[in-house]
Design a protein around this ligand. Structure first.
Ligand code: HPA
Ligand code: ZN
Length: 317
C-alpha cells in the first residue's frame, strides 16, 4: 500500500518550510554558521521530539529555525523539501514560511524570501513541481508586528500569493488579526488561517467571517459544531488536515481517534498534509500510510483525499 500511496499524484497545502528542517541539515547548518547547539548529536535531538501539546513543539521549532541564517541556508532547506515532494509524487505545493521567526533575530526579510523563492523557481524548472508561497504571521505576537511584516513584504509581492496565521492558537483568536488580513485582501492576496487545531470551533467561524479565508488549516475541532460542519459541507471549504501532527501534539490520543475519515464521509473537503514533517515523523505519504494503518483508510478514500488536495489548490500550475 505504501508504494501505491506514494505514487498517487497529490498536492501539499499545509507545510511549514521551517518544519521540514531535518536534524541532519540542522546540524550541518549549525556547523556552517558556527552556532553551538544544546544537543550532543542528531539522535539526541530526535529524542527531544516528544510533545504533549502545540506549545512544546513550537518552542523547539523556533529553536531549530535559529540555524537558518544565509540565503543559501533557506535555499537548501526549501530544496531538500522539494526533493521529498518529487520522491512522493507531490506535484504541487503551497508552503508557509514565517518571516517573523527570522526578522525577530536579525535576519533581513529578503534573505529568507530570496532563498526560498529561488528554490521554488528551480523546483518548477528542474523538478516540474508547481508552487505558491504563503506568508504566515505569528499569532502570539501583536497585530502591529504582523502589519509591519506585511508592509515589509509588499515590495516582494510577486514572491507570495496569500497570507496565513500560525503559532500558538489558544488565546490568540483570528479576530486579533482582522485589520492586517483586510489590508492583505485589499492588496489582492488570498487568505488562510490555522484554526480549530487546539482552539475552539468559534475560531473557525472567525477565520471564515472575519479573515475571509479560502481554506482552514487543521480545522479538526469543527466536528464539535454541527452548524459549522454544515457550512463547511455546503460551501466546500477545504480543511488542510495533518494526521501525524495531530497525534504527535496530542490533539487526538491516537490515530484510531482521528476524525478525518468521518469528515470525508460526511462530505467535508478534507486533505492530507504533513505540517512539520521533520518533527512529526513523516511527509505526505507517511501521513496517508498512517491513515491506512490506524484508521483502515481504503484505496478509494485515499484517491478522494488526493483529488481533494488537487481541487483545493489556490493557485493553478
Ligand atoms: N500550528 C500552529 N503553528 C505552527 C504549526 C502548527 O501546526 N506548525 C508550525 N507552526
Ligand atoms: Zn501548521
Amino acid at each position: 500500500m505504501y508504494d501505491w500511496l506514494n505514487a498517487l499524484p497529490k498536492a501539499e497545502l499545509h507545510l511549514h518550510l521551517e518544519g521540514s528542517l531535518e536534524p541532519e541539515l540542522l546540524f550541518a547548518l549549525a556547523e556552517r554558521n558556527k552556532i553551538a547547539l544544546p544537543w550532543a548529536d542528531v539522535e539526541t535531538l530526535r529524542k527531544a521530539y516528544a510533545f504533549h501539546n502545540l506549545q512544546e513543539f513550537l518552542d523547539l521549532y523556533y529553536q531549530g529555525a535559529a540555524v537558518l541564517r544565509s540565503e543559501q541556508d533557506f535555499y537548501d532547506l526549501t530544496w531538500a523539501y522539494l526533493q521529498r515532494c518529487k520522491a512522493q509524487n507531490v506535484i504541487h505545493t503551497e508552503p508557509f514560511f514565517d518571516p517573523q521567526t527570522h526578522t525577530e533575530r536579525g535576519i533581513p526579510f529578503e534573505v529568507a524570501l530570496n532563498g526560498i523563492a529561488t528554490a521554488l523557481q528551480d523546483g518548477r524548472q528542474q523538478l516540474g513541481i508547481s508552487s505558491g508561497l504563503i506568508l504566515s504571521f505569528l499569532r502570539h505576537l501583536p497585530e502591529e508586528q504582523a502589519q509591519k511584516t506585511f508592509e515589509q513584504a509588499l515590495p516582494y509581492r510577486d514572491a507570495f500569493f496569500a497570507v496565513g496565521l500560525d503559532s500558538s492558537e489558544l488565546g490568540h483568536p483570528p479576530s486579533k488579526f482582522q485589520r492586517v488580513f483586510d489590508r492583505a485582501r485589499s492588496e489582492g492576496f488570498l487568505t488562510v488561517a490555522h484554526a480549530g487545531e487546539e482552539g475552539p470551533p468559534d475560531y473557525i467561524w472567525q477565520a471564515l467571517d472575519l479573515l475571509k479565508v479560502s481554506r482552514i488549516d487543521h480545522g479538526v475541532r469543527a466536528s464539535e459544531d454541527p452548524r459549522l460542519m454544515q457550512r463547511l459541507i455546503d460551501e466546500q471549504i477545504p480543511l488542510t488536515v495533518c494526521p501525524l501532527s495531530n497525534t504527535k501534539l496530542c490533539v487526538f490520543a491516537d490515530m484510531k481517534q482521528h476524525n478525518i475519515l468521518a469528515m470525508l464521509e460526511q462530505g467535508v473537503k478534507v486533505t492530507v498534509n504533513s505540517d512539520d514533517p521533520a518533527y512529526f515523523g513523516g511527509y505526505v505519504t507517511e501521513n496517508f500510510a498512517a491513515l491506512h494503518e490506524g484508521l483502515g483508510m481504503t484505496a478509494e478514500q485515499a484517491k478522494r483525499l488526493a483529488q481533494n488536495s488537487l481541487d483545493a489548490r489556490l493557485i493553478k500550475g
